[in-house]
Design a binder for this molecule. Structure first.
Ligand code: NOJ
Length: 555
């Protein structure tokens, strides 16, 4: 035991309930389905589960549109089932973190219904409303999902702001009543025993006064007026003082476009424990932005991680992730899902659990699930992809889906939302019914049951690596140093506590690579590796395609 907060030693597993396990055959994953698989989750060796939203919701954005912050959507189960899940996890010393979506609610939330029908009533000012010409939005801001960020509401006769979908009106954080309502909700779940929150899109809460136009050429038009806005820290500090203070919880803020220099304001002595930045997963944006793709060099990826690792050396703490429900599958994106799926998935795992910070593993990553194909726009479910493609078709930027299909297949959020692959039976064992989104056709080969049968499996490697890291203070807290930063195939770094050192050596290419590495000692011992490499000390280091090793040595 150390005096470090628990979440610095934790490995977190993210569950997207809709796609994890369906217990009642309606084709949508549910809470009972999670309870049924709790042994699987426990066997991974993780310390906390983060659940994507399960609150009552019309599901336009799969639950990120909350209609009642205190109710479980019947799709997922009841409050009793939630309590049972929380208890089942707690019995196994697994903590539970929930998503909290407070930048916006659903347009079907009672607050919004009241706000649009009774402008002078108690909820009239709960959202960002502007009066004016129904043909002229109040400013040029865009929705992250494409098209204008404003919709004219005929009932109220005014425009409302939605930085995401039209069904996700932004809450008006300038209104103290909104702040207290949210704070009450957050405290309510803590009283139920919850262990923390992943705060959705939380750096968007404060908008510049007067809502001025944004740079029309910006990546997300208007962002300079709503990302890290003027009162953001004040709002988050208040949240922290009133809800988090004195609790043993983990609060992680999702913060699009966050720079390393800005991060320290939010963590360490700031209101949150952790942030999710996106610099490493935004590297492959092409000149045309998110809906354009460019290849990236390994040196660029290493440089981004290196910057964040060094910035958090003395204060703050990093999150580590390659995947979540908004990102494509990492083995398809950073590895080689065709020729070296086992090797590259385990190599990526070694980076994730080898760096300093709290690792987040997304469901299916631990069995090397891959991206899939989307032959038509009709085969896509994700509101973000659909609306952005539609906006591009409407403006004539593209003339057909086919034109943008390679980008969609690389980037779409649906890649990570296909049903979890349990076995090779109907619908990968996810449901007995029709899954809400098509199962990846590779499920007969890629699934938990087949992983369990293989001699060397990605799943076993994850289990072994998580166990190793969780018991190893040097892997948890050791000082980090990058070696050979410019190398385009090898990712080499050390983690050191006093004289005890781990050397993490990874080949992220499909070729054999050899390097003379003075830092690798002759008697270094391999603690874990994805090839058979028991006696492979330095200084000459040869790594097979996507080979990964963690060495122990004394310095
Ligand atoms: C970020 C969430 O991760 C994403 O899934 C969602 O669509 C947006 N925020 C809006 O809530």
């Amino acid at each position: 035991m150390t005096d470090r907060p628990w979440w610095q030693e934790a490995v977190v597993y993210q569950i997207y309930p809709r796609s994890f396990n369906d217990s009642d055959g309606d084709g949508i994953g549910d809470l009972r389905g999670i309870i049924d698989q709790v042994e699987y989750i426990e066997a991974l060796g993780i310390d906390a589960v983060w659940l994507s939203p399960i609150y009552r919701s019309p599901q336009y954005d799969n639950g990120y549109d909350v209609a009642d912050y205190r109710a479980i959507d019947p799709l997922f189960g009841s409050m009793d089932t939630f309590d049972e899940l929380q208890e089942t996890l707690h019995d196994r010393d697994i903590r539970l973190i929930m998503d909290m979506v407070v930048n916006h609610s659903s347009s079907e939330h009672a607050w919004f219904e009241a706000s649009r029908t009774d402008p002078d009533g108690p909820f009239g000012d709960f959202y960002v409303w502007r009066e004016g010409d129904p043909d002229q939005p109040p400013n040029n801001w865009e929705s992250a999902f494409g098209g204008p960020a404003w919709t004219y509401d005929d009932i109220r006769g005014a425009w409302y702001l939605h930085l995401f979908d039209v069904h996700q009106p932004d809450l008006n954080w300038e209104n103290p009543e909104v702040r207290s309502a949210i704070i009450e909700v957050m405290g309510w779940w803590f009283e139920k025993g919850l262990d923390g929150y992943r705060m959705d899109a939380v750096n968007l809460l404060s908008k510049s006064e007067g809502l001025p136009d944004g740079d029309p050429n910006g990546e997300w038009v208007g962002q300079e007026h709503f990302i890290n806005g003027p009162r953001l820290l004040e709002f988050l500090r208040m949240m922290s003082d009133e809800v988090f203070e004195g609790t043993d919880t983990m609060i992680v803020g999702e913060m699009p476009q966050l720079d390393v220099a800005e991060a320290h304001a939010f963590i360490g002595d700031g209101p949150f424990d952790l942030v999710f930045p996106f610099e490493h997963v935004d590297l492959d944006f092409g000149p045309g932005g998110r809906w354009d793709v460019r290849p990236i060099e390994l040196s660029e990826l290493k440089a981004v991680f290196d910057k964040w690792q060094r910035a958090m050396a003395d204060s703050g703490w990093n999150t580590l992730f390659f995947e979540n429900h908004d990102q494509p599958r990492s083995v398809s994106r950073f590895g080689d899902a065709t020729r070296y799926r086992y090797e590259s998935a385990t190599a990526l795992a070694t980076i994730l659990l080898g760096l300093r910070g709290t690792p987040f593993i997304y469901q299916g990553q631990e069995i090397g699930m891959t991206n899939r194909t989307f032959p038509s726009l009709q085969s896509v479910h994700d509101v973000d992809t659909i609306r952005n493609v539609q906006a591009k078709l409407d403006t004539g930027e593209i003339s057909s889906y086919e034109e943008i299909r390679p980008v969609i297949e690389h980037r779409s959020r649906d890649n990570s939302r296909t049903p979890f692959q349990w076995d090779d039976s109907h619908a990968a064992g996810f449901t007995t019914g029709d899954p809400w989104i098509a199962v990846n056709p590779n499920y007969p080969e890629i699934n938990v049951a087949s992983e369990e049968e293989r001699d060397a499996s990605i799943l076993d490697y994850y289990r072994e690596l998580i166990a190793l890291r969780s018991a190893d203070q040097t892997l948890i807290d050791g000082q980090y140093e990058l070696l050979a930063p410019a190398h385009e195939a090898l990712y080499l770094f050390t983690r050191t506590t006093g004289t005890d050192q781990r050397l993490v050596a990874i080949n992220l290419s499909g070729e054999m690579e050899t390097i003379v590495l003075e830092q690798l000692q002759e008697d270094a011992e391999v603690l874990i590796g994805n090839y058979d490499a028991s006696a492979a000390g330095g200084p000459e280091l040869s790594l097979a395609p996507y080979e990964a090793r963690i060495y122990r040595q004394s310095v």
